[in-house]
Structures are given as structure tokens and as C-alpha cells.
Write a protein of this length. Structure first.
Length: 233
């Protein structure tokens, strides 16, 4: 079991939304040190967090953050972006941006911190996925999260012999700035954070944080047309 109490934890994208809720929940559960990252560390407001500057797509920035956080045993790859870029109409740069932040960003962070976690006697990495890892929404965001899901599955196999577990957190709509323009039922980020940390403590490979996510996961082994109602019209 992975203990959060007394652990040193790094959370990317820790200034708002799910990341901010994760920082708050980690402190509440007795983590010894919580590194919270943001492009602008001045946006980290929790008094119990250690603010670090981090641009997850910049290898130099990732290396600098890793040099400042040599004591971590848990890394939460939460930082993400959603451009809303469609495959047929958006610029390739917007499509590429989703992949750079949501797929390559967590990979750069994991590659930098895996040796640190291993030196500190092992620990856990949590990647924030989405229900859209399994359900395409017509944008590059879902593609990036699907790719991250595959990355997590591969890293789980590669890192297990090094004493590092990998948890994938899947969520639907969460009440954050990212979904402000979405009219749908949304989960409370505090509930998502609690479920994520419960999953870390239970060494779970996957956490399905809400009913929408559980429904989508239940459908992916069925007929494709049932998952995409538009195809039945």
C-alpha cells in the first residue's frame, strides 16, 4: 500500500481545478511535503504547498523542477489543456498542442522523476486521464487522453520492476475552469481528488471517478454504434 501520510508528493498543474483540490486533499491527509507546480508559481496559493515553476512541455523546465524535488515518492501528472481543436477545421498547431501538453508533458515528467522515486525506495505515479480516453469527441483532446491511457498502461509494466506503480484516474466533466462552457452534470473537484488519493493509497491501477466514466468504460466492449448514438441516425 502506498502511504500518503508522511509522503513527499509533486502535483503538476496545482494552481486550480483538480490540481488545486489534490493539493488541498494531500495536505489534509498529512503529506509531509506537497510540491505544487504551475507555469507561474505565484498562482499557487495554498500555504502548505511548495510552489515550483514548471512548463511540462519544456525539458529544461522539467529538469529544473526535478532538481528541486529530489525527495518525492509520489508524482501526480495533472497538468493538461483542452484546445477544442477539431481534426478537419483547426490548425495543426492547435491539435499538436493538445498532444504536447497531455501526452508528451506527462511523459517528460515521468522520465525525469522515475529515477528519483526509485532512489527513494519506490512509490507511485498517477496520470489524470478522462472518460474521453475511451470515447472520441471529435477533438484532439480525446486523442491525447487516449494516447495517455496507452502510455500509462505501458509505463505500468515498465516501472513495476523498479518499485513504481502507475494509477490512471479517469473522470468525466468536472466543475473547473476548463469546463465552464459545458452544460452538463459535473463532478466536484474535491470528490475527484479524494477518489484519486484513495486509489493511490489502495495501489489501484485505475480509478473511475464518476458515473459517466463508469458508464463509458462499461460500453467499450460492446458494439461501436451503441457507444456513438450519432451513427444510428
Amino acid at each position: 500500500m502506498t502511504a500518503i501520510k508522511g509522503a513527499n508528493v509533486l502535483v503538476t498543474g496545482g494552481s486550480r481545478g483538480i490540481g488545486k483540490a489534490l493539493v488541498e486533499e494531500l495536505v489534509a491527509r498529512g503529506a509531509a511535503k506537497v510540491y505544487a507546480t504551475a507555469r507561474d508559481p505565484r498562482t499557487i496559493t495554498h500555504p502548505g504547498a511548495v510552489a515550483l515553476a514548471l512548463e511540462v512541455t519544456d525539458p529544461a523546465s522539467v529538469a529544473t523542477a526535478a532538481a528541486h524535488a529530489q525527495d518525492v515518492t509520489i508524482v501526480i501528472n495533472n497538468a493538461g489543456a483542452m484546445s477544442g481543436a477539431s481534426y478537419l477545421d483547426a490548425s495543426i498547431d492547435d491539435i499538436r498542442r493538445d498532444l504536447e501538453i497531455n501526452f508528451f508533458g506527462p511523459l517528460l515528467v515521468t522520465r525525469a522523476f522515475a529515477p528519483i522515486i526509485e532512489r527513494n525506495s519506490g512509490g507511485r505515479i498517477l496520470n489524470v486521464h478522462s472518460a474521453l480516453s475511451w470515447l472520441a469527441d471529435g477533438t484532439s483532446y480525446s486523442a491525447s487522453k487516449s494516447a495517455l491511457w496507452s502510455q500509462s498502461n505501458s509505463l505500468r509494466l515498465a516501472l513495476a520492476p523498479r518499485g513504481i506503480g502507475v494509477t490512471g484516474l479517469h473522470v468525466g466533466y468536472v466543475d473547473t475552469d476548463m469546463t465552464a462552457g459545458v452544460e452538463a452534470a459535473k463532478a466536484d473537484p474535491r470528490d475527484v481528488a479524494a477518489a484519486a488519493l484513495d486509489g493511490i493509497e489502495a495501489d489501484a491501477s485505475e480509478v473511475l471517478a464518476d458515473d459517466l466514466t463508469r458508464w463509458v468504460k462499461s460500453q467499450i466492449s460492446g458494439d461501436l454504434d451503441a457507444l456513438y448514438a450519432q451513427l444510428q441516425q
